[in-house]
Design a protein around this ligand. Structure first.
Ligand code: UD1
Length: 423
């Protein structure tokens, strides 16, 4: 199993280019099942989750042509589409559930074993199913008790759906299912993430009629047919945020290219509160952590446009060394503090109580053997290793490979001392 060896590095300097968004490309790839025509997706990041989605679509019967050296995938789902997603793929990635709506439209049925992915909390799918039931889908309750989603529908009919929580995945599945349902669907308390907007713009290019993506109310007028299109995926805002923190924590100065500052308003505001200088230029965003001492701040994760839960652990790395104590409140997932144990191994002395973590700050961290407990937490412990004395050995980095394209190479180009070893 591969590991990263990370050593204390000086201030990171130079420029980095952000890759296409993992969380945008996965639902877009699932949406290609909605047409028999070819779809070409560009700026696709070379990630393990993308590989898994390619395999999943292939196993369902789509023809997938993957050229990740060129960051491109083309998908043509013109043959017979199977309705059952293989368990060994689904268990590797929670986002497999995203094929649910498209499968129902294409085959009238979808059978998916409840997925794995990051081990952060319960992560149920009852909101996805609530939306689908409203559109006329039947869900086998006995199978569901065994952890298998077995859903079927002869036809889907537009309806009004209220989401009790603005779940990203549920919003995406319902938009896809409603895109070719008969009549109009109104989705209330929808997730507003930029990835939802990217999915809607992809579907609209295909011929769908979706309005209001990016707001809490999305209206989808069903159409009979969708066509193949070509699409560039938006930049990954979480990768961009992680590199912003890498500049701050090492007191470096980096230029981040291909980042959309509007997608990171909460992260930018919080970094500024910590003393980081941020300038938006035509070339990209300059993040300068060298000008002021880094001071503490409190954060509370929320659905977009609030502070992203995926930035919680990278930001906690920064707060561990910031001057003064901070409080982090995690409201999106109920079990997303597993990285705290890893930070504490390095001397961060963080305490948790329910949804709250108290970070004393001002710590001089020591390198240690740590584990990437999930995808973002993996990136976070790497960042911590950049400012800790000695060597930090990060294991289980397959989590990082799921979501950060060429992470070590990009950090090394900025002056970070990080090495990958394959064991
Ligand atoms: C997506 C992102 C993930 C991010 C998360 C929250 C992808 C591929 N992944 O995950 O990186 O951390 O959004 O921004 O886009 N919930 C329910 N019932 C449901 C569905 C969700 O209670 O039916 C709860 C979950 O347990 C969780 C919260 O809602 O506590 C957020 O989940 P959701 O927004 O659905 O996240 P994902 O789409 O899985």
């Amino acid at each position: 199993m591969a590991k990263f060896l990370v050593q204390r590095s000086g201030p990171l300097k130079g420029e980095v280019t952000i890759s296409g968004s993992k969380n945008a490309v996965l639902p877009i790839m699932a949406a290609t099942l909605l047409t028999e025509e070819e779809c070409i997706i560009k700026d696709v990041p070379a990630l393990r989750d993308v590989d898994v989605m390619c395999e999943l679509l292939g196993s369902l019967g789509a023809k997938v042509d993957k050229n990740l050296d060129e960051n491109m995938v083309s998908i043509r789902a013109d043959g017979e589409i199977r309705w059952e997603a293989p368990f060994d793929l689904v268990k590797m990635m929670r986002a497999s559930i995203l094929v649910l709506g498209a499968l129902l439209l294409r085959t009238g049925r979808a059978v998916i074993h409840l997925p794995g992915g990051c081990a952060i909390g319960e992560r149920p799918v009852e909101l996805h199913l609530k939306g689908l039931r409203a559109l006329g889908v039947r869900v086998d309750e006995e199978q569901l008790k065994k952890g298998i989603v077995d859903a079927s529908a002869e036809k889907l009919t537009g309806s009004t759906v209220y989401l009790d929580f603005p779940s990203v995945g549920a919003t995406e599945v319902i938009i896809m299912a409603a895109s070719m349902a008969e009549g109009t669907t109104v989705l209330e308390n929808a997730a507003q993430e930029p990835e939802i907007v990217d999915l809607a713009s992809f579907l609209n290019k295909m011929g769908a009629r979706i309005k209001g993506a990016g707001t809490g109310t999305i209206k989808i007028e069903g159409v009979e047919k969708l066509k193949g299109v070509s699409h560039h995926v938006i930049p990954d805002r979480i990768e961009a945020g992680t590199f912003m923190v890498s500049a701050a924590i090492t007191k470096g100065r980096i230029l981040i290219k291909n980042m959309v500052p509007n997608h990171l308003k909460a992260v930018i505001a919080k970094l500024k509160e910590c003393g980081v200088e941020i300038e938006v230029t035509d070339e990209g965003v300059i993040v300068d952590g060298s000008k002021n001492p880094i001071v503490s701040t409190d954060i509370k994760t929320l659905p977009y446009p609030g502070f992203p839960t995926d930035m919680q652990s990278p930001f906690m790395a920064l707060l561990s060394v910031a001057k003064g104590p901070s409080i982090v409140i995690e409201t999106v997932f109920e079990n997303r503090f597993m990285h705290v144990g890893e930070f504490n191994r390095m001397g961060a002395n963080i305490k948790t109580e329910g949804k709250c973590a108290i970070i004393p700050g001002s710590k001089h961290l020591q390198g240690a053997q740590v584990v990437a407990t999930d995808l973002r937490a993996g990136a976070a412990v790497v960042l911590t290793g950049l400012v800790a004395d000695g060597t930090t050995e990060v294991s289980q980095i397959y989590h990082i490979d799921r979501g950060y394209e060429h992470f070590a190479e990009k950090l090394r180009a900025l002056g970070a001392n990080i090495m990958r070893i394959e064991e």
